[in-house]
Design a protein around this ligand. Sequence first.
Ligand code: M6R
Length: 610
Amino acid sequence: MCGIVGYIGRRQAYPVLIKGLHRLEYRGYDSAGVALISAGGSLNVYKSQGKVSDLEDTAQNRDLTGCIGIGHTRWATHGEPGFRNAHPHLSQSGRLAIVHNGIIENYASLREMLIGQGRTFNSDTDTEVVVQLIEYIQEKDGLSFVASVQRALQMVQGAYAVAVLDMRQPDTIVAARKGSPLVVGVGDDELFLGSDASPIVEYTDRVIYLDDEDMVVLRQDAAITLMTVRGERKTPQIQQVTMDVSQLEKGGYDHFMLKEICEQPQSLRSCLQSVRQTLIGPDAERVFSLLQNANRVIITACGTSWHAGLVAKYAIERMTRVPVEVDYASEFRYRQPVINPGDVVIAVSQSGETADTLAAIGMAKEQGAGVLSVCNVIGSSIPRTSDCVIYTMAGPEIGVASTKAFTAQVAVLTMLALVWGHRKGTVGEAEYTALMQQLDTLPDKIGRIIAQKETVRKMAQTLSFAPSCLYIGRGCNYPVALEGALKLKEISYIHAEGYPAAEMKHGPIALISQEMPVVTVATESAVYDKLVSNIQEIRARQGRVMAVVTEGDTEVARMADSYVAVPQVAECLSPILNIVPLQLLSYYVACLKGCDVDQPRNLAKSVTVE
Ligand code: M6R
């Protein structure tokens, strides 16, 4: 959470920082701020509560000159999301400015020590402690700017990506990371910083992904010095990043979420093409040398990616007969799980930066497990710490509610199960060929679902008045019910729960009333008849049913108050289609309720803190 940007070079920094902050706003939007060193050598800091556009209003008609600057968009951790806690934070003298993403765990003891040394604090943040500490070290030990940042970072515990300015050194930015991401962009005569590559790709395709505990000194003449926070020099590895800038724009849609839902035919096509190359091409041995002797798979992830992992459990167990456990990364990392030789961990993440998933990988590796990651963001921390990676290639996902990443994750994991099962002999030739062919039909089928937007929008009207809602499904569509409920909760603030349909009678059926709609994933499956009975039970208690059915279905369609029909497909692939109407449903409900679809309250896209 929190996005940080930086610029040093020949152009005016402010427009670069503001554009970069807009690109990073998905990471947090509680407050925003910039610090600029003007040509005259003054350090100007502007900040504002709220979004980057509020910052732009605040900064209007102020001195925005300067070719060096840093910026921040905040998701509050320590201290409420007001002006007082907005970054950049200044040192006591006002000479140093810092932006920070992460959590300093020992901030309280450091703060106490600094207060004892006469420092006064102007915010409730952990971040201000770092900038005060740097200045304290500078003054006490007479160290240089770079050396004092280094010494301070050796004293802090926790996670950070920081960028620091010193007005007495107006040709330098010092930046470092540990546990939170940071990327340096390398232009011809200018340098950039970003929490990811999105604020950078407009200017250069050459980037350096910093490793944990890396520290970098960026100079105005574009010189880069890379070292660790302990002072060991390193050679920067410049990599090429390919990102189409138009993918970072709304492209005529009202919201990124709708754009990303509607993009799924293309994103899934590019995903399928890429994963096929990885699993069937020359790279396949890398993946299968890890999996071929697996006795057990542990899938670990958070949120939507965890739901994709749950769908994958059904596919992997059925197709390979290898047992699969699916664990929230935040639980897995702390519950002292049993990890045996022969266990393989699959970490699933859109962003590749989720703190809990990263920590779960670290723990699994320490205990000897091989780690395969399924990730969307190329070069992010999770693939870089895994033994091998399959990229979902869904393109940048900016809406906080994950949509196209989910369909791509499920497609990757299902194809992985299929190819693995085929190699093992647990999936026969005929089934393998048929399912591979069906996978290729999914993008067009999603297109047919999206063409029914209007039907779903009408269904949304009923739901927008509901105080609460249940989502039910069975088999591999039970996780789809969970994911549909999560989508509704996070962007429309309607309480929703996902349930396996047959569990209703063990408790939740007591909730059924006219006021609580039940969204039912009721497409063709081995348990279709049983699901029909579950729907009857709801109807018998005056429950209102909204259903996702298979094209041509008459039975559930007749029972439901409203329904949307999706194309027929093999049951194991149906989650990839069935989630699409539920994504649209939550989108239209949120719009009808006037909610901020792309930036829902209290959330951020990338959860880089615990
Ligand atoms: O980037 P990741 O896939 O690791 O993120 C995991 C969750 O934070 C994420 O899926 C979150 O639940 C989304 N807001 C769901 O829409």
